[in-house]
Design a protein around this ligand. Structure first.
Ligand code: ADP
Ligand code: MG
Length: 371
């Protein structure tokens, strides 16, 4: 089931008397979620992710715009008639009910032709439980489960009606790191297996990158960029998106295009084509540095962290816009820690240029691009 968001907008009246301006939580969100895909809605806290999700599920009414499930306009349809399954951040199971009763719950108020017998309900609950591998826990109470198990029950409950659309609002944020990893793989598996169109809300870029077919990056209610995770990482539309994706984050420097070169301070770090002389913000991904004694970019070494496969070289540069420069290089490299200066060459595809004022991406070519 494709989900079409058409100029979706939500404005809340101000609750602050000193600042009577309305809050536009979601501003003109226009996107068609393809059938069967998992879309990650990503952005910092307060950017409008939950509001978008609540509008899709019917808990919030849009101020403007429309929502379609397939060809059907569902904008004014109440939640219970939309055929959505929802998992919230605090998954709120009914504490006095067993796992089985919790999962069955959404099936109990089906009416008319949809009404199920007790045996049918139990059968469906078991199928949903198997999907998230909790069929052994059916008779337990939520208090007898770990956080991860409780979250699986919440997912089973959302899946039991075989929803047309599955909506997950930060479903992993209450789990510890290891469980988070495991549960996100689980969600991915279930989504692939069932082919249910899914919207997964998170503020965690790594989570969104790893789980999504498509990511949507939002900022202050406005969609910044939509694309496959790797495409958005490689080709961010602006500085905000570039900074939001990637760990360690992109390294930023003040730089200039001058003549046919890209300069950081007075070091020409790349030959440049197609950019008029101007001030720039230079972004370099951590994996974009090549450690080499004759490299054009010099930094002061502050430390070396060996992380198994890779080495993280931490250094500083007077033109750096962040406290330290973090580069990730292959562990086969030897870093001469007795030398206070490290020199780097740059991989052109890992260098991103932005307008110093607006943060918009600036395109460039370099003769080295094809290397
Ligand atoms: P996110 O889920 O990305 O953290 P939300 O969608 O919850 O963001 O919120 C987006 C913006 O809308 C925030 O500024 C938030 O304060 C505001 N907001 C959300 N819900 C309401 C509400 N019911 N009334 C007023 N403002 C709201
Ligand atoms: Mg939220």
């Amino acid at each position: 089931m494709k989900v079409v968001l058409q100029h979706l907008t939500k404005t809340f009246p101000s609750r602050n008397r000193k600042n009577p301006e309305d809050v536009t939580a979601v501003n003109d969100f226009d996107f068609e979620i393809p059938d069967g895909k998992l879309v990650g809605l990503l952005g910092p806290s307060g950017c409008g992710k939950s509001t978008t999700l609540f509008m899709i599920c019917g808990l919030e009414k849009p101020t403007a715009g429309k929502i379609f499930f397939g060809e059907e306009d569902v904008t004014d349809l109440p939640v219970e008639n939309r055929g959505v399954g929802v998992v919230f951040q605090n998954y709120a199971l009914y504490p006095h009910m067993t796992v089985k009763q919790n999962i069955i719950f959404p099936l109990q108020n089906l009416k008319g032709a949809q009404k199920l017998t007790k045996v049918q309900m139990e059968q469906k609950a078991l199928e949903a439980a198997k999907l998230v591998q909790i069929e052994e826990l059916m008779e337990r109470k939520p208090s007898e489960l770990s956080g991860g198990q409780q979250q699986r029950v919440a997912i089973a409950r959302a899946m039991v009606k075989m929803p047309k659309v599955l909506l997950l609002d930060e479903p992993l944020s209450n789990l510890d790191a290891r469980l988070r990893l495991q549960t996100r793989e689980e969600i991915r598996r279930i989504q692939r297996q069932t082919g249910i169109t899914t919207v997964f809300v998170t503020h965690d870029q790594e989570e969104a990158m790893s789980i999504s077919d498509i990511i949507v990056v939002m900022r202050e209610g406005v969609v910044q960029q939509i694309g496959k995770p790797q495409e958005v990482y490689d080709n961010p539309i602006n500085l905000f998106v570039a900074r939001f994706l990637g760990t360690p984050p992109i390294n930023l420097f003040e730089g200039q295009a001058q003549g046919n070169g890209l300069y950081i301070g007075d070091e020409m770090v790349l030959p440049l084509e197609g950019v008029a002389d101007r001030e720039l913000t230079v972004g370099i991904r951590p994996e974009g540095f090549i450690l080499t004694p004759d490299g054009p970019l010099s930094c002061s070494l502050s430390g070396v962290e060996v992380m198994g496969r890779d080495i993280s070289v931490v250094s500083t540069n007077p033109h750096g816009l962040v406290a330290s420069v973090r580069s990730i290089i292959d562990a086969e490299n030897r870093v001469d820690t007795s030398n206070p200066t490290v020199r780097f060459a740059l991989k052109p595809r890992k260098v991103l240029l932005f307008d110093r004022q607006t943060g918009e991406r600036v395109a460039f070519q370099t003769p080295q691009m094809n290397r």
